[in-house]
Each structure stands twice: as C-alpha cells, then as structure tokens.
Design a protein around this ligand. Structure first.
Ligand SMILES: Nc1nc2c(ncn2[C@@H]2O[C@H](COP(=O)(O)OP(=O)(O)OP(=O)(O)O)[C@@H](O)[C@H]2O)c(=O)[nH]1
Ligand SMILES: [Mg+2]
Length: 225
C-alpha cells in the first residue's frame, strides 16, 4: 500500500496469480466489462496470439471517497507459463493482496498445486511471509466438463482460512464476487496495519459499497449440462 499525504491518495496493488491459462486475464477483462465507466481505467494487456500473457496485464480503478481521499486500485495479472517465473516474482512485489485463479478441471490439479507452491516461494523470496498475505482462491471454468465437484472444493475450503469462489470468467460469473472478496480481505489487513479509519476516516464500507454499486447485477455461475 502506498500513502501519498499530499495528493490524499491511497494506492492498493492486487495481483491475480495462477497457472497458465487458468483465466487470470479473462477475470480482468470481465471486471473491465462489468464495471460502469466511472473511475475505470484502460485495461492494458500484452498477449501472444494463443492467449498467453507475456509480461502482465494491468487494470487501474479509482474510488473517490466522501472524505476527499482517492483510492487507486491497481489490478495486475502474472504470466502463468512456467518460464516466466522472474516476471511473476517482479509483479508480486509490493502486492497487498492476491487472488489465486485455479483451473477447476480435474486434469489441472497438479498445475494448480505447482503454481500455488510457486506463489509461496516467490512471496518468500520477496521477503513476505505467505501466511501474512491476504489471499482469496477462485475455481474458474465451472462451465467445463470434468471439473472438480463443488462438494470437493467446499470440503477443501473448510480446511483453509481463505475465501473460495466458483467462477466462469468467460461469462463474467463469480468474477465480481472474487474481486470484492479480494478487496475485502486486503482492506481488513491494511486497516489492521495502518489504522486507516482512525487516521483518515477512510473506512472499508465506503470503498466496498462504491465498488459494489459499480458492478451490474450478479451473474450466476453456469454449470455444465
Ligand atoms: N470454458 C472456459 N474457458 C475459459 C474460462 N476462463 C478463461 N477461459 C479461457 O481460457 C483461455 C486462457 O484464458 P486467459 O485468461 O488468457 O488465461 P491466463 O490465466 O491469463 O493465462 P496466462 O496469461 O498464460 O497465464 C482463454 O481461451 C479463455 O477464453 C472459463 O471460465 N471457461
Ligand atoms: Mg494472462
């Protein structure tokens, strides 16, 4: 988190992490599509022809609060392909929160696990204790056949402390909830560390309700068949 007293600005960095082709870029595209125009920046994506991010994507958003403070939210994606590890570590630097986008397909279980391990390793190498990083998990591609059952995912969810979301990012389903959950858990952590309410009158609810209002009505996650 960056605090600029003079400009009365708070900047929050959120990173979408996960294995190659899990739908990180698609999440940002859906957020960009679903949000009303106010405070929405340009989505910058850098892709090769086959949907693979080479460096990162960035979507900047702003929230103007009643207290005259501006909250700038920067959403990044990392490139999931194994070869881009140094870029992932770089993009993770200074992150305030992470959304881990897992691929729900049974065939991708190992790729998810490897990417999760790689996230923890990169955080440690950046000097961050993984346990201290606000994290939400999204199981994407719920529309496909051969996905892990909802029951199985919920069982895993009950074992961890992270919030878990189901999504079909291509339809925009579950995308806003994941993002709001990420903002929420990140904000709670920032509030604990920086006492934003006490110091600036900047409370979580003001930011969250403004963002919630800017998303259209919720899109139901579509199941296969
Ligand atoms: N069926 C289905 N396809 C999806 C879904 N989300 C993303 N995809 C597709 O999966 C492919 C990869 O999506 P991306 O968003 O580019 O994946 P990524 O995680 O950014 O991949 P990297 O940049 O390589 O790390 C694209 O063809 C998307 O259209 C989904 O919910 N369902
Ligand atoms: Mg991508």
């Amino acid at each position: 988190m960056q605090l600029d007293f003079q400009a009365r600005e708070v900047t929050v960095k959120l990173v979408y992490y996960g294995p190659a082709l899990s739908g990180k870029t698609t999440n940002l595209q859906a957020i960009h599509r679903l949000l009303t125009p106010e405070g929405k920046g340009r989505l910058m994506t850098l892709e090769t022809r086959d949907d693979r991010t080479l460096f990162f994507d960035l979507l900047p958003l702003t929230v103007n609060t009643e207290m005259g403070l501006t909250v700038r939210i920067k959403l990044f994606t990392v490139p999931g392909q194994v070869i881009h590890n140094s870029t992932r570590r770089l993009v993770l630097q200074g992150a305030d929160g992470v959304a881990f986008i897992a691929d729900s397909q049974v065939a991708e279980v190992r790729a998810n696990q490897a990417s999760f391990k790689d996230l923890r390793k990169n955080l440690r190498e950046n000097g961050i204790d993984p346990a201290a990083m606000p994290l939400v998990i999204q199981y994407n591609k719920r529309d496909l056949p051969n996905v892990r059952s909802e029951e199985e995912i919920m069982r895993m969810a009950s074992q961890g402390k992270e919030r878990i979301y189901l999504a079909t990012a291509t339809h925009g389903a579950g995308v806003a909830d994941t993002f709001m959950g990420l903002i929420g858990t990140t904000w709670e952590n920032m509030e604990r560390q920086h006492k934003l309410t006490e110091r600036f009158g900047l409370n979580e609810q003001a930011v969250m309700s403004d963002l919630r209002r800017r998303f259209g009505p919720p899109v139901e996650a579509t199941k296969h068949g």
